[in-house]
Design a protein around this ligand. Structure first.
Ligand SMILES: [Zn+2]
Length: 199
């Protein structure tokens, strides 16, 4: 066997081993996710079903009142609802008025705090990337949802947010919307403001 053939054979063996390794990694990930989901289901309490049903009720309110798409949400702390919301994008002409955002605004006002640490959010459907970001920002600790995003997408492709999840998973420089840092000379003059600690 000449050197070229030997190299080719060696490369094929290496590629095969790599593919097998990647396959095993994927299987392990799927198994870990399934185990996690089973554990979550086991931990689900009667009150969780009650709160998710309330979120579903609110999704019907959104449609019945012509406020927006059928999405509802509640924020819960210490076993009590502290905020409720449903989609109001149509009535408010506000693209950010998603059910979870509305529920979070309501909860934050009611407890007069920007932090929702120790809270759980229940949403009629899987949160979109905007709502999920807000959930992280507020310190909410758990999300329960009823309808998966993929099921909504199958009903109405216009409600799909998969492309946004894909964009966010990319490094910033590879995203379709450019983020361009400008006026570097202004940074030093203004950066001091960020040292102020707000309540
Ligand atoms: Zn949303």
């Amino acid at each position: 066997m000449d050197t070229t053939r030997l190299l080719l054979l060696f490369s094929l063996i290496l590629f095969g081993a790599y593919t097998e390794h990647q396959g095993e990694k994927t299987m392990r990930k799927i198994h870990a996710n399934e185990t996690k989901q089973k554990q979550y289901k086991k931990e689900m309490k009667e009150e969780d079903a009650f709160f998710i049903r309330r979120a579903m009720e609110l999704s019907h309110v959104a449609v019945a009142d012509g406020h927006g798409h059928p999405f509802g949400s509640v924020v819960v702390k210490d076993g009590k609802i502290i905020g409720e919301g449903w989609n109001k994008t149509a009535v408010l002409h506000d693209p950010s008025a998603h059910a979870e955002v509305e529920a979070i605004r309501d909860a934050s006002k009611n407890i007069a705090s920007n932090s929702l640490a120790g809270c759980t959010i229940y949403a009629s459907a899987q949160p979109c990337p905007m709502c999920l970001s807000l959930i992280y920002l507020t310190g909410i600790e758990k999300v329960y949802y009823c309808i998966p995003g993929k099921t909504i997408e199958a009903m109405d492709a216009r409600l799909s947010v998969e492309h946004i999840y894909r964009e966010l998973a990319k490094p910033a420089v590879e995203r379709s919307i450019p983020e361009i840092p400008i006026l570097p000379e202004e940074v030093e003059k203004n950066v001091g403001l960020y040292k102020v600690h707000y309540p």
